[in-house]
Design a protein around this ligand. Structure first.
Ligand SMILES: O=P(O)(O)OC[C@H]1O[C@H](O[C@H]2O[C@H](CO)[C@@H](O)[C@H](O)[C@H]2O)[C@H](O)[C@@H](O)[C@@H]1O
Length: 254
């Protein structure tokens, strides 16, 4: 029998700016609001982005949140002090100006961080990212080490009862029990997000739970980047298209 080539994934339709009217908007950070950089510290947030998000949030009567794998502390360091934040893949929450609600850093995370360093320190290009309550092992600078990094991450997760969060050239270990979907569900139950139609914009596999939660609550997911199997109904090509879309949203909402 002749082998059949897998059929290409159809491109997702572009979202209309009108989708943002009445939305409760959830925005991923890396790869959605800021282009992917070589290292976690290589990302820059410009004042124009903060101003755009602030204008959109005003139009949405406050219904705008950033839902990221970054910690709340890091998001605030990037300049998002005044925003409703869900950090570390749905494990942490903070309203503007408030102390983050977050679980304590587990001793197991410190043990994993040490093991990650033992692995990374002999492999040029590997990078360990210390985070508030989790730890990341990045192989963007050493792509050949990705498979070994994944094996190590899964072994350590099993040894310490932690969850593996795969990302873009990254394995992160963190406590389980939450994801971006649970963050959306949680935030949709309270002001200022309650009452809006959830719209989740993200690029990474970690955003799929966010797309699914938004869809399950009657809203929509918007995937940033190339087509893939996804729960998102709409697509935008890249970060610049996201910014353009958000600016169109500001203009579309009276
Ligand atoms: O949920 P997000 O806001 O998308 O955060 C997910 C992870 O993003 C960061 O790593 C990714 O972006 C880096 C900078 O562009 C890039 O160098 C790296 O390869 C990507 O995986 C961040 O460092 C992680 O802590 C986040 O969990």
């Amino acid at each position: 029998m002749p082998e059949t080539a897998p059929s290409p994934l159809p491109d997702l339709p572009s979202p209309s700016p009108a989708l943002l009217i009445g939305a409760a908007l959830f925005l991923d950070f890396d790869g959605t609001l800021a282009p992917i950089a070589d290292t976690p510290d290589g990302v820059h947030v410009d004042g124009e982005l903060i101003d755009l998000l602030a204008a959109l949030r005003r139009k949405l009567n406050g219904r705008l949140a950033i839902v990221s794998g970054r910690s709340i502390t890091t998001l605030r360091d990037f300049g998002f002090h005044d925003f409703l934040l869900a950090g570390t893949h749905g494990l942490e929450f903070a309203a503007p100006g408030e102390t983050p609600q977050a679980p304590a850093r587990l001793p197991a995370i410190d043990a994993v961080e040490q093991a990650f360093h033992l692995f990374a320190d002999t492999r040029p290009g590997m990078l360990v990212e210390r985070k508030s309550i989790s730890v990341g092992l990045h192989f963007r600078g050493a792509p050949d080490c990705g498979e070994a990094a994944g094996l190590l991450a899964h072994q350590l997760a099993q040894d310490h009862g932690l969850a593996v969060q795969a990302g873009k050239m990254l394995f992160e270990l963190r406590p389980g029990g939450a994801d971006k979907g649970s963050a959306v569900t949680h935030l949709m139950q309270q002001a200022p997000m309650a009452g809006g139609t959830p719209v989740f914009i993200g690029d990474d596999v970690t955003d799929e739970e966010g797309f699914a939660a938004a869809a399950d609550l009657g809203g929509h997911g918007i995937l940033v980047g190339p087509a893939r199997h996804t729960r998102a109904a709409f697509g935008l090509e890249q970060v610049a298209a996201v910014r353009h879309y958000l600016a169109q949203g500001v203009a579309a909402i009276i």
